[in-house]
Design a protein around this ligand. Structure first.
Ligand code: NAD
Ligand code: MG
Length: 439
């Protein structure tokens, strides 16, 4: 795996990272610092299942199974002809959809992280063979279990960090949709993965495209990584009307169907800011090698420019089932349920630079990716809080990027933060946005 190989030059796991983790789990039965797991290696997984003839499917834990990425993941698993087996589904409060998924797909476990929501589940509502666990600690334990071969990390927001750390700490192969994990704690997360022999495979379509394109050359031959952006619903909307954008308008994405948080991030283009930071850590790239281009059709998912001038791109219709499947089947490719490009119908591809006036968030992403340290965690937390305020009608659409810029500029920057530092600054940034909204 290219990203992981690049990161292997990194030093050891930060002791402070494990301390942070220990505080969270101290009351539990399972030892908090995961020991090397007996789970199969990624290469062995593939021999055993993807191309091979044995009836030994990859057992998949889907965290955030009721969300947009989660439901697409279940489609990929169902279409895999038994190569992937659903082992665990986890959701926060969406108990009804979770139980419905359990009845259809029969995982060994369902986990509800919100105890209040779990209390509404009747004893007779689980299908035979499926057990219920409750709370984030239980999820961490189950994710680390030897029965789990791959973890799809698709919880939304900062809440996805702890279970991703649990999986990586146990040496799992993680299909990472939760970009916030790398945005908040990129250096710690990639060091932990390298130390534990864990593998991070991107699900974000841009990063999946980059991962695929990087297979065309060696790291020292890469000149630039170019992330494409749809431009969202307001790509051509005049600047002076953006103040009046309503949540309903911002939730109408032209090319992708996604959860509400990331859909608002696409409208502000903060999603691209977060993805610049994600790419910086995932592929160990300096900020100056990262670029963004607007591509309204969302067919070219990103590109890598090599030293000889070749630009390698990955193309497919906007359908997350393809990058999800790539992260589950890597290093092999499988036939699957994702939509195909139809060149016989004609295909037009446009590219234009992002407008820095209408979409100031992109600049924030470049800055945060270049500076590293605490910038990603602060930007992510401020943005999560601001998006919540916008959706609740308490903030203007253009206020989201303004609040984020102010909080980012005003924070006490640290170049090499511990997870404790990150957690503290995450709380501080959210508080600053709350103050800004009520001022
Ligand atoms: P979503 O809102 O549709 O689903 C979120 C899931 O997370 C749900 O299952 C929910 O129950 C669970 N969840 C929410 N809060 C939780 C908590 N506190 N603890 C445990 N579980 C919790 O979100 P989505 O659009 O599927 O996005 C999931 C992640 O994937 C995000 O990080 C997003 O940035 C990333 N991503 C999504 C897409 C996409 O097409 N939707 C594309 C690229 C990356
Ligand atoms: Mg993306």
């Amino acid at each position: 795996m290219r990203g992981k190989t690049w990161r292997q030059t990194q030093a050891k796991v930060e002791v402070s990272a494990l301390n942070f983790y220990t505080f969270d789990v101290i009351h539990r039965v399972v030892p908090p610092v995961a020991m090397p797991s007996p789970h199969r290696s990624a290469a062995a997984d593939v021999c055993a299942t993807v191309g091979g003839k044995t009836a030994d499917p990859l057992r998949v834990a889907v965290l955030g199974s009721t969300g947009s990425i989660g439901t697409s993941t279940l489609e990929v698993i169902a279409a895999s002809g038994g190569r992937f087996r659903p082992h665990l589904f986890a959701a926060h409060r969406s108990v009804g959809p979770l139980l419905e998924q359990a009845r259809i797909h029969r995982p060994a476990w369902v986990v509800v992280t919100d105890p209040g929501a779990a209390a509404t589940i009747g004893a007779d509502t689980l299908p035979a063979g499926t057990r219920l666990a409750v709370g984030p600690e239980a999820l961490d334990d189950l994710v680390r279990a030897p029965e789990v071969d791959r973890v799809v990390s698709a919880i939304v927001g900062a809440a996805g960090l702890r279970s991703t750390l649990a999986a990586l700490g146990a040496g799992k192969t993680v299909a990472l949709a939760n970009k916030e994990t790398l945005v908040m704690a990129g250096p710690l997360v990639t060091r932990l993965a390298a130390e534990r022999g864990a593998v991070l495979l991107p699900v974000d379509s841009e990063h999946s495209a980059i991962h695929q394109a990087l297979r065309s050359g060696s790291p020292d031959e890469v000149v630039r990584v170019i992330l494409t952006a749809s431009g969202g619903p307001f790509r051509t909307r005049p600047r002076e009307t953006l103040d009046a954008v309503t949540p309903a308008e911002a939730l109408r994405h032209p090319t992708w169907s996604m959860g509400p948080k990331i859909t608002i991030d696409s409208a502000t283009m903060m999603n691209k800011a977060l993805e610049l930071i994600e790419a910086r850590w995932l592929f160990d790239l300096p900020g100056e090698k990262l670029a963004v281009v607007v591509h309204p059709q969302s067919v070219v998912h990103s590109m890598v420019e090599f030293v000889d001038g070749s630009v390698i791109a990955q193309l497919s219709p906007p359908d997350m089932k393809l990058p999800i499947q790539y992260a589950l089947s890597h290093p092999r490719r499988l036939d699957g349920p994702a939509r195909r490009l139809d060149f016989s119908a004609g295909l037009r591809l446009d590219f234009e630079p992002p407008d820095p006036i209408r979409f100031p968030a992109v600049r924030l992403g470049h800055e945060a990716a270049a500076r590293g340290g605490t910038c990603g965690a602060v930007l992510n937390a401020a943005n999560e809080e601001a998006v919540g305020a916008f959706l609740a009608g308490r903030m203007r659409f253009t206020g989201i990027a303004e609040a984020c810029a102010r909080v980012l500029d005003g924070h006490a920057y640290q170049a090499d933060p511990s997870l404790d530092d990150i957690r503290r600054l995450d709380a501080w940034a959210r508080q600053e946005v709350v103050k800004w909204v009520s001022a």
